[in-house]
Write a protein that binds this ligand. Sequence first.
Ligand code: 16G
Length: 165
Amino acid sequence: MFSSALLSSTLTGDVPEGFVVRPLNIGDYDKGFLSLLSQLTRVGDVTRENFVTRFRTMADTRPTSYYVVVIEETSTHQLVGSATLVLEWKFIHAAGARARIEDVVIRHDMRGRKLGALLNRVLVSLAKLFGVYKISLECKDSLIPFYELNGFKKDEGNNFLVQRF
Ligand code: 16G
């Protein structure tokens, strides 16, 4: 989806043995990507063709605006974690960009190994590398302590509002 050279060992920091951190690729349809996402929310019917089309839409943005980073377990070749950094281009802040962290999920049986903190670190480092002026995310109440431990805080006076369809 994007150049793996961006995910240098300097940027990722220590990755636990037996796991690899890398960009999502098209072959990940067969490595449990959608079933992993279904542990976050409803995925619905996404055929291989739907997946490839959506993958290309994201990968072809210019400047590249979607960075889906996954963790693969090397022994099983299955994905055990995924998180997405999205860049949003602005006129404000000197025609700057903000970043959003989206769709963070760690496979149930892999939780408690600090893989979520690893993905968070990688995405924040990438966002800093791109020079964004802020990075934000939405999460369930129960995950606020996790994100606070990982550098986020509530943006007092700024609320998240939604319309669902
Ligand atoms: C969480 C996710 C968000 C995801 C949403 C899906 C993080 C930090 N936040 O809010 O990215 O899109 O759940 O839930 O991963 P929904 O299907 O109810 O929108």
